[in-house]
Design a binder for this molecule. Structure first.
Ligand SMILES: *Cc1c(COP(=O)(O)O)cnc(C)c1O
Length: 496
């Protein structure tokens, strides 16, 4: 008989607090060789505390092992494909990190005088110029800290423009395929949201749009290519419909990695847009780290851009705060500078032709996956695929297996799941974005895994329904976690 043992390194690493043992220390300081000072007398009694309640007391090696074990529980883009759609989890070339860590850039302080910050300001200026060229717009602000923040900034600009023309207007039109941040942004900026339906090809229904668009419309927020991975073929007609009513076209540029070097929003009627530098220009994201939602505008919106604006003066770069019509500041200082450095490094390392190649490879990879997987999974929109493809679980659902089950099973095959159940207009959506950074070998491994799962669904659906089988925890109670979150740990005093 084979005796089962409980592994020493457990599947469920306890909290550091739970491994605490009173009096244990992780360091030892030498004896004091200067006269002792009474802390309370020196700092004031109210600033001194005897102990920190429930502070974990562990040895150095226990602390290190705890965090090292936790680090091995993660899936990462440096381990394998991360096919989340609408996210562009692309590999972050290490040259970006080397550049961002240059002492003069990583230690710079925002209160440093302009005369000592010229290099950093030149980086900001070069990135603004590059993004103006890439988008075909007239000016860029790098202040917003993420995509959603860029949207909010952009819609505030639209609002300011309309107010300057006599009234803010009432509503923002948003296609039903939009990312959830779009309606949230419109509401936060004080607008009502009107839904624009999509047609059977996954594109905006032009006739419905024309009916909805009136003199109370402030803007249309359109993602292009949209979240179904389809380019809005009628984008110039769409822009004309909006402009005829004095409304603006806002483009959610989170999917710009499908356009860079091929098409420019400024050339197809967009008035204002944001870019997710942390998606398109490679800064790693998804771990809650900083991002950048750069906003690009056409000239009529420039006067309202956030303060300050970078300017090239007689004696070099300066920050211009003299902006009477600005919407104000949207972020402390000048934005997430480290992300800006990485984005510029990425752009310059590629150069114009290189960026275009990256886009072409992103499209090629997505189309490769579509072609390979179409025989096994339903592809609801018969329109050309851009940088991502959206399947539905329609065939598998007949066997009782849904998109979330297939995603969980992918984990057993060593892949991060794709985006589950988004966009909402595709029932049982499976949204896959490979990005250009994946080679054919990795894509083929992913295809093999997906085909294998499709077979399992036919032959042994239980295997998929109970997945994952290879992980430290199986299926967690997601509803419970959302409804009854435990956000504060309290020691179980009775146990000790
Ligand atoms: C990611 C994304 C956003 C939001 O960007 P964040 O940086 O996560 O705030 C908005 N729209 C689309 C289409 C996106 O993919």
């Amino acid at each position: 008989m084979i005796r089962k043992v409980r592994p020493h390194i457990t599947q469920n690493e306890p909290l550091l607090f739970e491994t605490s043992s009173p009096g244990k220390i992780g360091y030892q300081l030498p004896d004091l060789d200067v006269p002792a000072v009474d802390a309370a007398a020196a700092l004031g009694r109210e600033n001194v505390r005897e102990e920190i309640e429930d502070f974990p007391e562990v040895s150095e090696v226990e602390a290190i092992r705890h965090f090292t074990r936790l680090s091995t529980y993660n899936y990462a883009i440096d381990l394998g494909l991360y096919p989340l759609g609408s996210c562009t989890m692309k590999y972050n070339p290490r040259v970006n990190e080397a550049v961002a860590r240059i002492d003069g850039l990583s230690w710079i302080h925002p209160y440093q005088p302009e005369s000592l910050s010229q290099g950093a300001m030149a980086i900001v200026g070069a990135l603004e110029d590059a993004l103006v060229e890439i988008t075909g717009m007239d000016a860029v602000t790098l202040q917003p800290a993420a995509g959603a923040h860029g949207e909010f900034t952009g819609i505030l600009l639209v609002r300011a423009l309309h107010e300057s023309r006599g009234g803010a207007r009432k509503k923002v039109l948003i296609p039903d395929s939009a990312h959830g941040t779009n309606p949230a942004t419109a509401r936060m900026a004080g607008y009502q949201v009107a839904n624009v339906p999509s047609n059977e090809r996954g594109m905006i229904d032009i006739e419905a749009l024309a009916k909805l668009c009136d003199e109370e419309t402030a803007a249309l927020m359109v993602t292009n290519p949209n979240t179904v991975g389809v380019f809005e073929e009628n984008i110039t007609k769409i822009a004309a419909i909006l402009h005829a009513k004095g409304a603006m076209v806002y483009m959610d540029g989170a999917n710009m990695n499908a356009l860079v070097g091929i098409a420019r929003p400024g050339d197809f009627g967009v008035d204002v847009m944001h870019l997710n530098l942390h998606k398109t220009f490679s800064t790693p994201h998804g771990g809650g780290g900083p991002g950048s939602g750069a906003v690009a505008v056409k000239s009529h919106l420039i006067p309202f851009l956030p303060s300050p604006r970078l300017a090239r003066g007689e004696h070099g770069w300066t920050w211009n705060y003299d902006l009477p019509r600005t919407i104000g500041k949207v972020r402390a200082f000048y934005g997430n500078f480290g992300v800006l450095v990485r984005a510029l490094a990425y752009i310059m390392a590629h150069g114009g032709p290189g960026l275009r190649n990256a886009t072409m490879d992103a499209l090629l990879n997505a189309n490769y996956l579509r072609a390979k997987l179409e025989p096994y999974f339903e592809h609801p929109h018969q329109a050309p695929t851009m940088h991502e493809c959206v399947f539905s679980d329609a065939r598998q659902a007949r066997r009782g297996v849904h998109t979330g089950d297939i995603a969980k099973r992918l984990i057993d095959y060593g892949f991060h799941p794709y985006t589950v159940s988004f966009p909402l207009i595709v029932a049982g959506a499976m949204m896959i974005e490979p990005t250009e950074t994946e080679g054919k070998r990795e894509l083929d491994l992913f295809v093999d895994a997906m085909i294998s799962i499709a077979r399992e669904v036919e032959e042994e659906p239980e295997t998929v329904l109970k997945a994952p089988h290879s992980t430290r925890t199986n299926r967690v109670d997601e509803v419970g976690a959302a409804r009854r979150p435990v956000v504060r740990w309290k020691p179980d005093k009775s146990a000790s």
